[in-house]
Design a binder for this molecule. Sequence first.
Ligand code: FAD
Length: 506
Amino acid sequence: MSSETAPSTPRRVTIVGGGFSGVSAAVQLVRHSPVPLAITLIESRDRVGPGLAYATHDPDHRLNAPTWAHAVDPVDGEHFTHWCQARGVFEADPEAMQPSGSAFVRRAVFGAYLEYMVHSHASGAATGSTIRTLQDRALHATQVGDTVNTVTERGQTLTADLLLLATGNAEPRLQAPLDPALAQHPGVIENPLVTARLLGIPRDARVLIIGSGLTSLDVVSTLQRQGHTGGITVVSRRGLRPRAQPQASGPVEPPVGRQNLDRLLAPAPAFLTGVQPELRTWVRTLRAQIRASVARGETWNLPFDELRDSVWQLWPTLPAAQQRRFLRVLRPWYDVHRFRSPPQTEAINREALATGRVVHIAARLRSLAAPSHAHRIEALLQPAGGGTPITDSFDVVVNCTGLDATARTAGNPLLKALVDQGTLRADACGIGYAVDPHCRVINAQGEALSRIRLIGPPTLGTFGDPGGAMFIAAQIHRMLPDVLRFLGERAPLPGLADQAASLSAA
Ligand SMILES: Cc1cc2nc3c(=O)[nH]c(=O)nc-3n(C[C@H](O)[C@H](O)[C@H](O)COP(=O)(O)OP(=O)(O)OC[C@H]3O[C@@H](n4cnc5c(N)ncnc54)[C@H](O)[C@@H]3O)c2cc1C
């Protein structure tokens, strides 16, 4: 870049949210921006990096995919694996490494890695780019001319050329029809991601876990390790459990460099693009592919993963009514195949099932009550498929229900302010906020705002599936050329330029 085109002062970027999304964005910006950036990363928690997902300190809560699927910068796909090797993570935790050669490490390790990545990129970049962290909560933001002002709880106003919203997942909370006031009951654990609450469950307590996804498997793992004797009931509407991550019995070459990213950027598979964008047709086609794969002696997940990896391209082609239908009808089925249990968690949970310490029931939880005269919490369950409702009582109830679309805005003052002032608007499915292919937020008037971008889980309704780390990192990678161009860069990175052009054309 010539000195005429280079900005004389660093471009200012404010990032709200210091979980995986915010960290990945900051690191990718520092690594790939040819012009200096002064990035401020605002995070309300006491640590930048772990976010909601990797803040657990329970040793049995593991990443649900191998280390190579957890790259902060997807062009450098082995970085986390090498970091673990250099720090002796695999020696300290011999259960992490699987016969396939892929490692499923503790989530706390990934949280520490993310923290390290922020600090190691905070200064010293050749371009002069920096990352400053600020422990504070962003309350509102407004675009003023060519800048965006973000105001925090502690009264700071940060002026920037670009605001990146990386506010992540909503904190788990009790969902209807349960009374929100029950969250105050000492026996009700509304947020199972607070490890200390799980560790405090008495060994002999009768435990009800609401929801049977990956978080419920984590709760069972904690209880098992603590020698729980009181009995554990897991209730979910369909009684479905997450599939296990398929494991090869011998070594398999892990993806290297940017191979994983290239797979995620590849065109969607012909078996899906060659048919009508219609749910029923996709399901039929996918099932046929899975049957053919299994008949060839391959695992079921290969065609499924082809779908998963290209959901960001396929989902926007589905009519909104079909997207909403997917969320209503097919999502539980998709999720149990999509969010798979890591081998160690699977083993613990299988043992708990086999010994009868855990029982799964398919039923709808109609109500929970904590009568003042009783110590226990009473649950009214309607078995799936009808029949007489069951009443049972428990000492502890753990809320492991999944996605709660309404919690997002309600729990986050910044998002609420942005919605109220018309800067953000709900996506067509009502589970997040509308953005364009460059992650520019779409305001209430339908305009895409180049200065305000949104990444990660709140874009679920637009892209279909940016839930996991590797998908978020790829989403940021796809957004980067447009962001860099917007920030004044005239010579995008080789390889990023073509992508930017094709996204613009989309
Ligand atoms: C329990 C759990 C386990 C998971 N495990 C895996 C896994 O093993 N592998 C995988 O690939 N994916 C996993 N995921 C998916 C996960 O969504 C992504 O991998 C990723 O961590 C999402 O990161 P995020 O930064 O967008 O969100 P979050 O982790 O939710 O972080 C968002 C951060 O933003 C902060 N924030 C929000 N609003 C403000 C504000 N106004 N001001 C200041 N700070 C704010 C929050 O405090 C939070 O720290 C898991 C998700 C959960 C919930």
